[in-house]
Structure formats: C-alpha cells, structure tokens
Ligand binder design. Structure first.
Ligand SMILES: [Zn+2]
Length: 209
C-alpha cells in the first residue's frame, strides 16, 4: 500500500500539468480498486422485502431502490431543466449531503485520516456506488489537496461525454472530507472521468490550511 501511495503521488503531481493518455495508462497500472479487498468494513444486514407494506428493509431501516438507468434519467432530466452549470451545482450539493450523512453514520470506524478511503470505499461498495481508493494528500502554498480515484460510479456507467459527469460522486467525496475535517472545502473538481474515456474517475478536494 505504501508503495502504491508513493507511486500515486508521483503520478498525480504529473497530472497537474495535463491529463494525458499516457498519464491514464501509467496511473491505471498503479491502481487496483480492490486494494481494500472484498470484505465490508461496516457490517450490513441482508436486504429483505416486506411485500405487505411495500417496503425494502435493511437493518430495520427502510430503503428505496431504483435501477441505475432511472438514476441517470433523473440526472438527465435535471440537466435539461436547468442547464449544465446549475445542474452540476445541485448534483454536487446533493452528493455533498450524502457524503456528510455517510460520515455521520460511519464515524466510529474512522480512527485516523488513513481510514477515510477504506471506510468510504466500504460505504460506496455496500450501496452499489462502485469502489474508491485511498485519499492522497498534498500540501502546498497554504492549501491541502486530497485526491481520490474511483471506479464504477453510477454517473459514468456506460456513458460517454466530453466533460466529467460524476457531480454527485464528487460531492460525496468532498462532503465526506468536509464532515471529517469540520470545515468547507474551498474548491473541488473531477480531474478524470470514465465518461470521458478515462479508466477511472478522480476527485479533487482542496482546503485552506
Ligand atoms: Zn466520473
């Protein structure tokens, strides 16, 4: 893992000048989304159905479910209603709230900064949102930047686009970090996206020191 982090840092520094096809290949060869294994850190009960009430239940709590294509049609409808810019902001804020709530219910599993990636990965994979890697931290010019790589995000599933499409997922990563550090990020972006033919998505969140 240590070797992976060092290699990841090196490649991310490279990415600040430009994200190229070569970068994509090199980065992909250093990252394995299954580094955290297939066991969930946060124990979850089996999902069951109460047909009489019309409920889906896990651990005594009600869930609602819908197909991934329905989720993407929600996103598409929002984009067509309010445009690219506003929809990005709304989707990011929705994700940000999801990230904060996810942190709240998993905080006991987070003993140190290095647990953030594995715990978020556990939450995402339990919920069908794909996998994420470790958060890579870099401090410079009074700013602390965290980058994290993800695969299998719902917003990039079987999508092609000229711009990154994972605004909700970007918000989840930032919201999770914001909740942990107890402060708002001053910027965020999606540096690479499966929708734009990258092999992974990569989210960046920056805080003032
Ligand atoms: Zn993406």
């Amino acid at each position: 893992m240590r070797q992976l982090e060092e290699c990841t840092l090196m490649v991310i520094r490279w990415s600040f000048s430009s994200i190229t096809d070569t970068f994509t290949l090199v980065y992909a060869s250093t990252f394995n989304s299954n580094d955290f294994g297939s066991e969930s850190i946060l124990p979850t009960d089996a999902i069951s159905r109460d047909r009489e009430k019309g409920w889906v239940v896990e651990d005594g709590k009600r869930l609602i479910t819908f197909r991934l294509m329905t989720f993407q049609s929600f996103e598409n409808r929002l984009i067509s209603l309010v445009g690219d810019e506003v929809s990005k902001m709304i989707l990011y804020q929705m994700g940000n709230e999801i990230g904060r709530v996810a942190y709240d219910y998993s905080r006991e599993a987070i003993k140190s900064e290095s647990d953030l990636g594995p715990v978020l990965d556990s939450i995402l994979s339990d919920r069908g949102w794909g996998r994420c890697g470790v958060f890579v931290k870099e401090t410079r010019d009074g700013e602390i930047t965290f980058t994290v790589q993800a695969t299998g995000t719902p917003s990039s599933h079987e999508r092609t686009s000229v711009k990154p499409t994972c605004d909700i997922e970007s918000g989840i990563a930032s919201g999770f970090l914001e909740a942990y550090f107890g402060k708002k990020a001053h910027s965020h972006s999606e540096l690479a996206c499966v929708s734009t033919r990258s092999l992974y998505c990569m989210f960046e969140t920056t805080f003032n020191q």
